[in-house]
Design a protein around this ligand. Structure first.
Ligand code: GLN
Length: 485
């Protein structure tokens, strides 16, 4: 039997609320009090919906009193990355260009969360249009890491990671195009999951790079992340890339253990560029899996070393097309000009930040006639090589292991050069290019006592073994006292 969940997990809160032992309104108030105390320093949110959240929590309490089933996430406070559309609530992507735009519909994931009884407390800060690894590219100012407020929380879903790490909500959603859930999870010491491409509907997620984007959970425990994924996953006809298949029963298998599980440690992601403290924790996590009965071996996945170069052509190419819709006519900001063309130029010049402009220019260049074959076409071929090398590795292994991020959290303002910033994603990007699943699990600390995340990678729809390995890593993780001694 599994031990009772810690009192502040989503599982424990939902169980207590459904049993009538706690009221959803009390739970909400407790979290709002924490937000009020620490949010001015952390800045996890673009907007806190205290007023709108209360009637939702009250309705959950009424349903419990009436003997109805209020859903798997009954009364659980939850934060949403501010690139997920919420009906009647501004959705900004942390960009000035969306200022004043209020979505007329909810994203599919939001609909599913509301139907499961979750209480949305706010929309979280991100790097503008999810482009970045530190949340410093937000037009509304950076988010700070709750573990050490002189440091970044990672990005682009830094607000969602920080909200969970600070106890503002036990669970939150982010989006991951090249690592934006897993890297901030690692830097903030929480669990973060990038599900298989197509497992979670992207309908209502403002698109960055559509062949890579995926929505996924943040949580303090592997079990909470599994619960949240089960709520949001599943076929949605509104997203043409959604997999027409039932949601895998992840939670049912969390405690099955790892005896006989074949685990491969990716050699290319353990050497150059990876901080020795981080690599040491990953090796310890691998040893812990072996001690729990898994077989662990090193494996070479050669093409992953080209992931970063391919991604920084493919993702900007798709972004340059997706972001063309922000033209001053249909959404948000408009800065007038003498002609329509001038108005569009003025709007996009004033509305987009530097990193977004850099990506649009990179992408437009990579797609332009004369350069298409040399850049975009070549990158797509590299993508195929990455898929091929992963397929070979997954013939011999059920899951793979690597660091999530090459370093622990860095200080705000420490990285100025975009190319250095891009290196944050060397371990996470290959998964997105392949359309596979991967997640980050906290495992001890590195330099300055900062959290380290271990990445568990799995093939497409390999969520069940991935979560089993993650649960075993979590169970073996050093406690904070052990880690600091
Ligand atoms: N940091 C990466 C980028 O800037 C990944 C972002 C993401 O996953 N949204 O593109």
């Amino acid at each position: 039997m599994s031990p009772a969940p810690a009192p502040n997990t989503a599982l424990a809160l939902a169980a207590a609320i459904r049993a009538g032992e706690r009221s959803a309104v009390d739970v909400l108030d407790e979290h709002l009090a924490r937000i009020e105390a620490a949010e001015p320093e952390i800045h996890a949110f673009n907007v806190v919906n205290a007023e709108a959240a209360r009637p939702v929590a009250e309705a959950v309490d009424r349903r419990v009193a009436d003997g109805e089933d209020p859903g798997a996430l009954a009364g659980v406070p939850l934060a949403l990355k501010d690139n997920l559309c919420t009906r009647g609530v501004p959705t900004t992507c942390s960009s000035k260009i969306l200022e004043g735009w209020v979505p007329p519909y909810d994203a599919t994931v939001v609909e599913r969360l509301l139907a499961s009884g979750a209480v949305v407390v706010g929309k979280t800060n991100l790097d503008e249009f999810a482009m970045g690894s530190s949340t410093e590219n937000s037009a509304f100012g950076p988010t700070r890491n709750p573990v050490d407020t002189s440091r970044v929380p990672g990005g682009s879903s830094g607000g969602s990671a920080a909200a969970v790490a600070a106890g503002f909500a036990p669970i939150s959603l982010g989006s991951d195009t090249g690592g934006s859930i897993r890297q901030p999870a690692a830097l903030c010491g929480v669990v973060g999951v990038k599900p298989t491409y197509g497992l979670v509907s992207r309908y209502g997620l403002i698109a960055f790079a559509s062949s890579l984007d995926q929505i996924g959970p943040f949580a303090t425990t592997v079990a909470d992340a599994a619960l949240l994924l089960e709520v949001i996953a599943g076929h949605d006809p509104a997203d043409a890339t959604s997999i027409p298949q039932d949601v895998p029963a992840i939670s049912d298998h969390l405690d099955d253990g790892v005896a006989g599980l074949r685990v491969g440690l990716v050699s290319e992601l353990m050497g150059e560029g990876i901080h020795p403290d981080v690599a040491a924790r990953v090796r310890e996590a691998a040893d812990a899996l072996a001690a729990a009965g898994a077989t662990v071996e090193e494996v070479s996945v050669p093409a992953v070393t080209y992931g970063l170069s391919a991604y920084y052509l493919i993702a900007p190419a798709e972004a340059s097309s997706n972001l063309a819709r922000f033209d001053g006519v249909r959404y948000g900001l408009r800065v007038d000009g003498a002609t329509t063309n001038e108005m569009m130029v003025n709007t996009r010049t004033a509305g987009f930040g530097d990193e977004v402009k850099r990506r649009i220019m990179l992408g437009t260049y990579a797609l332009s006639a004369g350069y298409y074959d040399a850049f975009y076409g070549k990158a797509q071929k590299v993508r195929t090589l990455i898929c091929r090398d992963f397929a070979a590795a997954y013939e011999r292994f059920d899951v793979l292991l690597s660091p999530t991020s090459p370093t622990t959290a860095f200080e705000l303002g420490a990285i100025h050069d975009p190319l250095t910033m891009y290196l944050n994603d060397i371990c996470t990007i290959p998964t997105n290019l392949a359309g596979h699943a991967a997640m980050s699990v906290p495992f001890g600390t590195g330099a300055h006592g900062l959290p380290v995340g271990v990445q568990v990678l799995a093939p497409a729809l390999g969520e069940v073994p991935m979560f089993q390995a993650a649960a075993a890593i979590e169970a073996a993780a050093p406690t904070s006292e052990e880690a600091s001694s």
